[in-house]
Design a protein around this ligand. Sequence first.
Ligand code: ATP
Length: 231
Amino acid sequence: MALNVEQATKRFGNFTAVDNVSLKVERGEMHGFLGANGAGKTTTFRMILGLLNPSSGQISWNGKAITYATSPEIGYLPEERGLYPKMKVEDQLVYLAELRAMPKREAKREIANWLERFEVPHYASKKVEELSKGNQQKIQLIASLLHKPSLLILDEPFSGLDPVNVEMLKSAILDFQQQGATIVFSSHRMDHVEELCDDISILDKGKMVLSGSIRDVKRSFGKQNVRIKMD
Ligand code: ATP
């Protein structure tokens, strides 16, 4: 088992944001995490990454706790913009790659390849704030996987993007999975997870209501009459 979340709970004061959530993702799989706004997806991710301590429960990656701040094994695309607006794209990506122990020369080569792939090679010397939202998201995806992490956590990677950019990001994420990465990504759209994922989980008001293969989850949806408000 690669990623193992066991009965994780997170309370903020009297409010339980994540309630006894368990999740297993095998190495090399892509897992979709579905839920409406406020369901607890980001809080679960932040616990997986070691950015928040669970109030109770345990989380491990290959049998060990994760420390995102230092681990080159982990990549994270946060929901909120995680880039420095005034910094040039290439400088910023090199800086982030070096934090993850990637040599500068290799980082520069990989950055050029990724910018080329996303059809924005001329953005290397632009400031992040000069780019559109879709293009900033491409840079944020590059930042999360440039150092070739074995576990990649993507929080709403397609949110607010136009269909052309969604397709570009999807194809890059699928290719990255094919290189062996384990990927967990959140969304509030079934069509996005359906297309990409092996298994999915559905979170509602902090509780895991369904988890399994897309087929099983869809079947249970009908049987259990589970109703979840999603956009
Ligand atoms: P979204 O798509 O809107 O980000 P989400 O599924 O990622 O939704 P979370 O961000 O995990 O949901 O939030 C779950 C709940 O926990 C929300 O009601 C949120 O207001 C609450 N919450 C999150 N962080 C804190 C915090 N630091 N203090 C208090 N409440 C919090």
